[in-house]
Write a protein that binds this ligand. Structure first.
Ligand SMILES: N[C@@H](CCC(=O)N[C@@H](CS)C(=O)NCC(=O)O)C(=O)O
Length: 206
């Protein structure tokens, strides 16, 4: 299998974590010609990374779909706990990390880099990001994450999402939003010191 991804792309890191955690034989490749190139679009018409190409040639974009596939196809070690309630809680935290933190953080970063500082777009993105962080703070259960010794799908998205908030947004002049959320700050610090997560997170720094 080939995983088209870039080490600095926050959306790619969750899949890289899943692949390394499971010890899978997957080649990590940069999109040929770059992300927006016609060469890459010929391979992946959706045009985004991450994108997994299966051995039979099937092209699979979207990080959540890819991680779900890998976890079902290669169940050992698992990224999901046993039991409907525990699985729902992990999925919930994963979606909060993806939609409420990662996506909002990336949009905010784009706006700030484009020089839009004070307008309504920035403040509405920031409000949504703060809501995402508060939700993660509410639903994070250390015993359902690598902190309790079981790395889950939630970790795959939450660790890079928080890394984006702490490092990428700070360089874009947003104050450290994790300072007032010590549980999330402690989670990120432990993730950065975790052998597998730390190595992949450190690549994200542009
Ligand atoms: N929901 C997608 C988002 C993927 C995404 O937007 N990736 C960015 C890089 S972080 C990208 O490929 N951007 C290029 C584009 O949108 O054309 C996922 O989780 O895989």
């Amino acid at each position: 299998m080939i995983l088209y991804s870039t080490s600095t792309s926050p959306n790619s890191v969750p899949v890289r974590i899943a692949v390394r955690f499971k010890g899978l034989d997957v080649d990590f490749e940069e999109p040929p010609g770059g992300l927006g190139s016609t060469k890459f679009h010929a391979i992946n018409p959706v045009g985004t990374v991450p994108c997994l190409v299966l051995d039979d040639g099937f092209v699979m974009p979207e990080s959540v779909a890819i991680i779900d596939y890998l976890d079902e196809q290669f169940p050992d070690p698992p990224l999901m706990p046993v039991g409907a309630r525990a699985r729902a809680e992990v999925r919930l935290l994963q979606r909060i990390a993806e939609l409420g933190i990662m996506n909002q953080g990336l949009e905010l970063q784009r706006l700030l880099q484009a020089g839009q500082r004070d307008d309504e777009l920035v403040s509405s993105r920031l409000t949504r990001l703060l809501r995402g962080l508060s939700s993660a703070d509410l639903y994070l259960k250390p015993d359902m994450s690598f902190m309790g010794g079981v790395l889950t799908m939630a970790d795959c998205h939450l660790a890079p999402a928080l890394r984006l908030v702490r490092h990428a947004l700070q360089t874009a002049d947003i104050a450290d939003l994790l300072v007032t959320r010590p549980r999330l700050g402690a989670y990120l610090e432990q993730a950065e010191n975790h052998a597998l997560l730390g190595a992949l997170l450190s690549d994200m720094t542009p």
